[in-house]
Design a protein around this ligand. Structure first.
Ligand code: ZN
Length: 516
């Protein structure tokens, strides 16, 4: 029976292409080291890893993931939040791998960023092979491809030129020489191509912004790291030289990928299979801009919730644009916990289709407790405490099973407290019950006082419900008033669950306080 989750569908189309291929199957993911790795980087590596694992699961073939850093790219502008801006300004237009590290600790600008990327990927235990573009060029990984590009220079130009603005067409070449005199790559242009020598004649006389070429003219070898190729060509060159079989990319790169695929074919290669994923949006549905650098980071998410819950969310249909903001954390964590809980009940052959199978590399941990992230948040709200031991005592009383998952739940408690402090507490607004509601609250107080201390959540839920009905009040309105008075929130947990969790006497205390 065919598995239906998207990583398996992806791996199916890849497997079809590779039916007669027995070598190592190569997955690639790209990274632009002008800035720090962000959530988009994380999501792309995670998603590629899921396809990779699904592919291995189905085919048993050997695979590897190359994390490629485009550190031959030039610096176009001085990024915000970067030290030594004056120094960087002097190096505008030079490849990132040749610019000094503004932080002063690594060999170069891109060494610093590459280090951050690796640290980032290692921290989340991704399995990958790192490859720097600068190293690849100078080591000769692309030599054969570069010579081919010279031979097919005009053919490639004819494919790319129509996609460029009129004024850029005349001077365009797939080859971007690095000026041997001033070191800049964005100020040079190719005057002549000499495939027979493996060289180009270049001149450094272009400008971008207020950066100007130095005027140098001369012949340069295309091998040995003296040139790079323009970025769509670069993608194609990588696919061709490394024999990349699979690479996914964001919707914003569809046109670039099409062009790269055509160039890859001109070189005689076969472009990879790949998923086109949608972008992340912020709370208001606006595209998250990486240059602004606001929004959710992986580290920040981990402060409030388990990393796996973020992965679980990223896993959901990558072809749909997703909002990503802190307020969604309780729901995401609870969906994740519910799926963990459901997992053992799935038919054996359907398990690999579960998101948690992918998130946990085929081996999700057991979770059999009814404690949720929202429930812990409600408990913190109700008790108004940050005492982890006290919270734990309440949780144990509510669900004795929780002790089997002590590590998981204790970690949830710590994170709930952080979430409560940063996102719930600042928005609390206690609403005293108005005159009409007061009456209902008093009745609730009395009836709750009469109920036995081991009443079920269902019985407890029935009390305010019946009171509202009896007084011709919409139960929804009454519950809303209860949340406002007891928790200072517009929405809240099911009353019965909350009362059961807090204990009857604690709820009576809260009602008294609200009525006082
Ligand atoms: Zn120059």
């Amino acid at each position: 029976m065919a598995l239906k989750s998207w990583p398996f569908k992806e791996s199916d189309s890849l497997a079809k292409q590779l039916r007669n291929y027995d070598g190592v199957v190569r997955f690639e993911t790209g990274f632009g080291p002008s800035g720090l790795p962000h959530i988009g980087t994380f999501a792309e590596v995670a998603r590629t890893t899921w396809v990779r694992r699904a592919f291995e699961h189905i085919t048993g073939k050997k695979t590897e993931l190359i994390a490629f850093s485009d550190d031959m790219d030039g610096l176009r502008k001085v990024p915000l939040n970067m030290p030594n801006k004056e120094m960087l300004r002097e190096h505008l237009g030079e490849p990132l791998s040749r610019i000094p590290d503004p932080f002063g600790c690594c060999e170069s600008y891109s060494d610093h960023m590459n280090g951050k990327l690796r640290e980032f990927l290692d921290r989340y235990e991704f399995d990958y092979r790192f490859q720097s573009s600068a190293e690849a060029y100078s080591r000769g990984d692309f030599d054969e491809g570069l010579r081919l590009i010279l031979e097919k220079h005009d053919e490639i130009r004819d494919v790319v030129a129509p996609t460029l603005r009129e004024e850029n067409r005349k001077d365009w070449s797939p080859i971007m020489p690095i000026c041997p005199k001033c070191g800049k790559v964005y100020t040079t242009r190719v005057l002549e191509v000499h495939p027979e020598n493996g060289t180009v004649l270049m001149k450094c006389d272009k400008s971008f912004g207020d950066v100007h070429g130095c005027g140098h003219e001369g012949e340069v070898n295309v091998t040995g790291g003296n040139v790079k190729v323009g970025w769509k060509v670069d993608w194609a060159l990588r696919w061709y030289s490394y024999g990349i079989h699979y690479e996914m990319y964001g919707k914003d790169l569809i046109e670039s990928a099409k062009l790269s695929a055509r160039i890859c074919r001109i070189l005689g290669g076969r472009p990879p299979v790949g998923l086109v994923y949608e972008m992340f949006l912020d709370e208001n549905g606006e595209k998250i801009s990486k240059s602004v650098g606001k929004g959710v980071t992986v580290d920040a998410w981990m402060e409030y919730a388990p990393l796996e819950s973020l992965l679980y969310y990223i896993f959901q249909n990558p072809k749909k644009a997703k909002r990503l903001f802190f307020g969604m954390i309780p729901k995401v964590v609870d969906d994740y916990l519910a799926e963990l809980k459901r997992y053992p009940t799935l038919a054996e052959e359907k398990k690999p289709d579960s998101a948690v199978w992918h998130v946990h590399g085929g081996n999700p941990p057991a979770y059999g407790s009814s404690i949720t992230f929202s429930l812990i948040n409600n408990l913190i709200s109700g008790l108004g405490t940050d005492d982890e031991e006290l919270l734990w005592t309440y949780l144990k009383k509510y669900d004795p099973q929780v002790e089997d998952y002590e590590n998981v739940v204790r970690a949830l408690v710590t994170r709930s407290l952080a979430f409560y402090r940063d996102f719930i507490l600042p928005n609390k607004k206690y609403e005293k019950p108005d005159r009409n509601m007061r009456y209902l609250f008093e009745e609730l107080r009395n009836e709750l006082g009469d109920v036995s201390t081991d009443a079920s959540a269902e019985d407890l839920q029935a009390i305010p419900f019946d009171i509202a009905r009896r007084h011709d009040v919409d139960p929804k309105e009454f519950f809303k008033a209860i949340y406002g008075a007891l928790l200072g929130q517009e929405r809240g947990p099911r009353f019965g669950t909350f009362a059961k969790l807090m204990g009857r006497d604690k709820v009576l205390e809260l009602i008294d306080k609200a009525l006082a």
